[in-house]
Ligand binder design. Structure first.
Ligand code: F6R
Length: 264
């Protein structure tokens, strides 16, 4: 597990964008797994800049989003499809048909079938090359709340009280936050060939330290990333502030730059 600590949110976002750009340039028809929420907005801004100013080409890129609120239609301003359109897809040359966000309006009796289909679509294109994740205050990745099986697949889940509270900032009132979501499972996420987790701000410091330096537990879904062979955690200094091995991570990433080899 590679941990990169950057000065601030902007630097964190740029570091993540560099990894995405390198992949797109190496493999033009790559498959990206994407997240929503506040954390990746800076990454998406930087990717838009790279497209506009440096000609980064998304015309063959395929994307799959981690999750969607259940009950929200794609044109609902708080839906994750809407979020992706306004924060990224509308500003780059990606084909909308190549972008996949779970459908929050699937009839309940068809959910299981739909989730299997979403997984099949990922397999059909050869799996996810690079998955971007954020981390929830309760340690979730995607909407895999505490207690999600390490083998869980795409499915309908109930959101935890803490997640509903955390995400109420995007809604007029807390009662408007959907209680359910469709999310890729922990097992689905772990199948990505490479994963980057982004976190910024003091509010995330404690959960980040637990996920990176604590034991692997289904009570903190992000901790299972410790099992994956190619994970990069990119943090700003505030989110890194409760890590015990902070100086080691800084030393190792400086050394990596000098010798040009991955040390983690
Ligand atoms: C969003 C997602 C969530 C968020 C997490 C952090 O697609 O899967 O796991 O990444 O809730 O959200 P923010 O970035 O708003 O703090």
């Amino acid at each position: 597990m590679r941990v990169i600590i950057k000065k601030n949110y902007e630097e964190m976002s740029k570091e993540a964008a560099k990894i995405v750009k390198d992949l797109i340039q190496k493999k033009e028809n790559c498959v990206l797994g994407l997240a929503t929420g506040s954390t990746p907005v800076g990454l998406y801004k930087e990717l838009i800049r790279m497209h506009k100013e440096e000609g980064l080409d998304f015309s063959k890129v395929i994307t799959f989003n981690l999750d969607e609120y259940y009950g929200l239609s794609p044109d609902h301003p708080q839906s994750y499809r809407y979020f992706m359109d306004i924060n990224l897809f509308n500003h780059i040359n990606i084909k909308k048909d190549n972008t996949n966000v779970p459908d929050g309006k699937v009839p309940i009796e068809k959910i299981e079938q739909y989730c299997e289909w979403y997984e099949d679509m990922i397999k059909k294109v050869g799996g996810i090359d690079l998955q971007v994740v954020g981390i929830g205050g309760d340690g979730h990745i995607g909407f895999n709340e505490p207690g999600s099986s390490l083998n869980s697949r795409t499915r309908l889940v109930a959101l935890d009280e803490q997640t509903i509270k955390d995400n109420s900032r995007f809604f007029d009132k807390i009662e408007d936050v959907p209680r359910f979501a469709i999310t890729m499972g922990v097992g689905t996420i772990l199948e990505a060939k490479e994963i980057i987790l982004l976190a910024n701000g003091e509010k995330k410091a404690e959960i980040v330290a637990k996920a990176i330096e604590g034991p692997i537990t289904s009570q903190i879904s992000a901790s299972v990333l410790q099992l994956h062979p190619k994970v990069t955690i990119i943090l700003d200094e505030e989110a890194a502030s409760k890590l015990k091995r902070k100086e080691y991570y800084k030393f190792a990433s400086e050394a990596e730059k000098k010798i040009g080899l991955r040390l983690f």
